[in-house]
Design a protein around this ligand. Structure first.
Ligand code: SF4
Ligand code: SF4
Length: 191
């Protein structure tokens, strides 16, 4: 497995092969260590708090109309910002977290020219990378009053702080278990 992780340092920077390799490694880690984490009360508590934080952010974004606006922009006007290559903002750790949430990880890119994780109704993963949660463009900013903007940015900050803490926890545990420095778990790999 460690040999596979090192492969990320030399892999061809084709975005699809990179994300497929990250998915394969996350899958392997989940198979080998999933049960270990799922017996860990502290991890489960962190995961629950993070799940609640995502749901809270999603609820506010839904109420403020951002999902609808992004759907119009992406699916109806064929614009949108979930472009090909951005899937590699999804790190091995974020893939692992989605596996803990029992999210089905796609095997292929459904929409040519778009992010690997774009599906018919938007993003297919539940735990999303930092960039994908702090994405407010000018078109969206026009939807918010200053108070609403403050509310949504504060809520998303809380979500992303929990994501950072879970990422760090998983990496620390795996480094302890495997006895190696595992920077690859948290890097995008294409920048
Ligand atoms: S964030 Fe802005 S550019 Fe991206 S899909 Fe939504 S409305 Fe379009
Ligand atoms: S929100 Fe989802 S579909 Fe869009 S770029 Fe991020 S991971 Fe890809």
């Amino acid at each position: 497995m460690l040999k596979n992780l090192k492969y990320l340092r030399i892999i061809d920077p084709d975005p699809t092969s990179l994300i497929l390799e990250k998915i394969r490694i996350a899958d392997e880690l989940f198979t080998d260590w999933g049960d270990y984490f799922l017996k860990d009360k502290k991890f489960l508590e962190n995961l629950k708090n993070y799940e609640e934080a995502i749901k809270k952010s999603n609820k506010i974004m839904n109420e403020l109309g951002t999902f609808e606006e992004c759907y119009l922009c992406s699916a109806v006007e064929n614009a949108g910002c979930c472009k090909i290559g951005l899937e590699n903002e999804v790190t091995i750790n974020i893939l692992l977290i989605n596996m803990f949430f029992k999210v089905e990880i796609p095997k292929n890119r459904d929409v040519p020219g778009k992010c690997f994780f774009v599906g018919p109704t938007g993003c297919k993963i539940f735990a999303r990378p930092y960039l994908c949660r702090e994405y407010f463009c000018n078109r969206l900013l026009r939807l918010f009053s200053p108070e609403e903007y403050a509310l949504i940015t504060q809520t998303i900050s809380e979500e992303l702080t929990l994501l950072y803490l879970i990422n760090r926890y998983i990496r620390n545990e795996l480094e302890f278990l495997l006895g190696e420095f595992l920077l690859e778990l948290d890097i995008t790999g294409y920048s």
